[in-house]
Design a protein around this ligand. Structure first.
Ligand SMILES: [Zn+2]
Length: 76
């Protein structure tokens, strides 16, 4: 698999995923992603994207200003 943007090589890395919402910022640390070596574009697989979405939906309920959490892998 190569980068959709620039066709660069993708490397598996742990990244910090930042969600910028209306009145809060949520940072999820240590998210596994494929990162383009050339342009830095990040790609997440379906499971990871789903987990991120679930975490954000939970966290945004009680998040104030900035919330920093570690990525947790959940199965089902
Ligand atoms: Zn790229």
């Amino acid at each position: 698999m190569n980068c959709y943007m620039c066709k660069g090589n993708l490397k598996i890395k742990k990244v910090n995923y930042v969600v910028d919402l209306d009145n809060t910022i949520i940072i999820i640390k240590g998210v596994p992603a494929k990162v383009c070596e050339q342009c830095g574009e990040q790609y997440f697989d379906d499971t990871t994207a789903e987990n991120i979405e679930k975490m954000v939906n939970e966290l945004r309920k009680f998040s104030t200003e900035i919330t920093v959490v570690n990525y947790k892998k959940k199965t089902a």
